[in-house]
Ligand binder design. Structure first.
Ligand code: ZN
Length: 99
């Protein structure tokens, strides 16, 4: 099982608007939603058999608009885009659906 964990964020945190929509450097034509910080469980040991998730604030968990598959991207690769800057029906940037 390869589930991507995240610590959910809302509002603007460290300059990232988690309520907004973003463009990712490696997918320039697709709008994504930022869910929160990528997070991992540290190694468990006898003292702490159930460690809590630890956030990696340099990495953000995103899903493409209209999709639910999670991806991990560098925070520096995200560019916020305006509400009207992407297509609400397919999530593409500049597709021109319904215009
Ligand atoms: Zn479209």
């Amino acid at each position: 099982m390869n589930r991507i964990n995240h610590i959910e964020k809302t509002g603007v945190v460290n300059g990232i608007n988690f309520d907004g929509r973003f463009k990712v450097k490696r997918w320039p034509a697709v709008a994504v939603v930022a869910l929160g910080y990528f997070a991992e469980y540290p190694e468990s040991d006898e003292e702490d058999p159930e460690p809590e998730l630890v956030a990696d604030e340099s990495r953000i968990v995103v899903v493409m608009v209209g999709d639910d598959k999670r991806h991990v991207v560098d925070a520096s690769d995200l560019t916020e885009i305006p509400e009207e800057g992407y297509c609400p029906s397919c999530g593409q940037i500049g597709c021109g659906h319904g215009r």
